[in-house]
Design a protein around this ligand. Structure first.
Ligand code: ADP
Length: 508
């Protein structure tokens, strides 16, 4: 088509008979548009069919414009595009197949590995920390598996550490000498160590989770716990147990708090202080006794010195008599102080280790003691009978054992009437003990006093003891000397017939 609309040539019709095409929209568009392309879909006026027209402007060497036009019936175009669509669809399907099958295969392998890792992680969560996840081929997942395995090793190490710490704490908790119980705010027993079980006489395991007052019937403890739960600070109380009033308990409370410092329960420490309180009472008694024992001779000495100062010393006989009383009392003071010092030495905590021992014949010890008391034996015409194994020897601290046997012998001499017999025996007993026994035919001791005569300052008859120069400490010293040798003292006595004291020392 020329630029003026004249049809120059047509593939299907005779061009000379065709009308001018300048007004055709596609021709107009091709000539006007910068792109030189025109498209139009419409019914052909000549053929009465729907056509799609495509026009393209071209220029020749002299820059004269021409338009080429193609007319395609729409039906034909539709069937063409259907073929095209099928081809495109098939290509798309093929592309999909080629793309997704490898992706699916990769995904399947990937999800298998992930499943394996999830299973491994689950075993870790169920505390199977010995398990190891197999390292897959892919390096990223391999790193993940390594990280999981490393985490399991670390967790295992930390759990072992925590377990060791817990066992240590449990061992300390169980082996504590003090009783320890933990309660919640409603007073349910959460735990009780062995000492607490013993003090409260409960079965810790069976009592766990039960209310304290259901398992323990100790009103003072319940009062203490009820008080302590109300208190934000630690509380201390001392009380005797209802089941045994001789047992004195010191209870110390400590509130239990959670991580947010909220009170969640109570720790109660139970200390059996019975022994301590008993010792304190003994000590107080002892101090009172010592003061009392010292006061009597000092009062006597003071009295006689004052009298002598008042009346003068003109009468030498009277003065001598006063001085004799003063001498007796100073002797008594000296004896008490000597005995107190001996006891203090023996009561030192490491007295047992400190004493030096040597092997000596038993007979030699007895001979020494007899020689020491020879004057009073003679004075009271006491007969001594010896029943000693001549080959017997003992490993002892000689001076201490001589002191102990001396105390026993002097008691026998003092508390026996004149002209009676004292038997001294030394022998091996049950292959376990070396036994020294001193038997007299004296006044004997009533059964109710037997248990107490080894206490300090305990005397059956105070006046009589003082009269014969006793301090009330002699048997207490004997008991301590026996203990310092890992030995013991025994006594058998019958009122009016006599007594037998036995000092037992271990064979080796
Ligand atoms: P004391 O210095 O008073 O003798 P001891 O501790 O040696 O003190 O003895 C305590 C008490 O035991 C004595 O006061 C006495 O009553 C009694 N006693 C000890 N030995 C004998 C004995 N052989 N015969 C009778 N009574 C004894």
């Amino acid at each position: 088509i020329a630029a003026d609309g004249t049809v120059l040539a047509d593939s299907q019709h005779d061009a000379s008979s065709m009308e001018n095409h300048l007004t055709r929209p596609e021709v107009q568009a091709a000539l006007q548009q910068a792109s030189g392309v025109g498209v139009s879909v419409r019914t052909s006026s000549t053929l009465d069919r729907d056509y799609a027209y495509f026009a393209q402007e071209v220029k020749d060497a002299s820059r004269t414009s021409y338009v080429y036009r193609v007319a395609i019936p729409l039906e034909e175009l539709n069937s063409e595009s259907r073929h095209l669509l099928i081809a495109i669809g098939a290509a798309a399907l093929l592309t999909l197949a080629f793309t997704f099958i490898p992706i699916y295969l990769i995904f399947r392998q990937f999800s298998g590995t992930i499943r394996q890792m999830v299973a491994g992680a689950r075993r870790f969560a169920e505390s199977d920390l010995q398990h190891r996840i197999e390292r897959p081929g892919s390096s990223e997942l391999g790193d993940l598996a390594d990280a999981f395995n490393h985490m399991a090793v670390q967790l295992g190490r930390q759990i072992n550490q925590l377990r060791a710490q817990r066992n240590e704490l449990q061992a300390i908790h169980q082996s504590m000498n003090s009783g320890l119980i933990a309660l919640d705010l409603q007073q349910h027993l959460l735990s009780a160590n062995r000492s607490a079980e013993q003090i409260l006489q409960i079965d810790g395991l069976a009592s766990r989770g039960r209310l304290l007052h259901e398992v323990v019937r100790e009103p003072d403890l319940h009062r203490f716990v009820a008080n302590a739960i109300e208190q934000p600070a630690s509380l201390t109380r001392e009380f005797s147990l209802a089941r045994d009033p001789d047992v004195v308990i010191e209870a110390v409370s400590q509130p239990l708090r959670d991580a947010d410092d909220k009170p969640v329960g109570l720790l109660v420490l139970l200390n059996d202080v019975s022994q301590l309180r008993r010792l304190e009472a003994i000590r107080t008694d002892f101090a009172a006794n010592v003061s009392h024992e010292l006061r009597t001779p000092i009062t006597n000495i003071k009295g006689y010195v004052e009298t002598m100062l008042d009346v003068g010393v003109d009468d030498p006989e009277q003065a001598r008599q006063f001085l004799r009383v003063i001498q007796r009392n100073t002797d008594r003071l000296a004896a008490i102080i000597e005995d107190l010092l001996a006891l203090a030495r023996l009561e030192q905590p490491d007295a047992e280790k400190a004493i030096e021992k040597e092997r000596v014949p038993a007979r030699q010890i007895i001979d020494h003691v007899l020689a020491q008391f020879e004057p009073s034996i003679r004075e009271r015409t006491i007969n001594i009978r010896l029943e000693t194994d001549p080959d017997l020897s003992v490993l002892v601290n000689t001076s201490l054992i001589e002191q102990a046997l001396g105390n026993l012998l002097s008691n026998s001499i003092r508390y026996s009437p004149p002209s009676t017999t004292i038997t001294i025996r030394a022998r091996k007993r049950d292959n376990q003990w070396i036994e020294f026994a001193i038997r007299d035919q004296g006044q004997g001791i009533a059964p109710e006093h037997l248990e107490r005569i080894f206490e300090r300052f305990y005397r059956v008859d105070k006046a009589r003891s003082r009269e014969v120069g006793g301090t009330g400490l002699g048997l207490s010293i004997v008991k301590h000397i026996a203990r310092a040798h890992d030995g013991q003292v025994e006594v058998d006595s019958e009122l009016g017939k006599g007594s037998e004291f036995r000092l037992l020392l271990p064979v080796s």
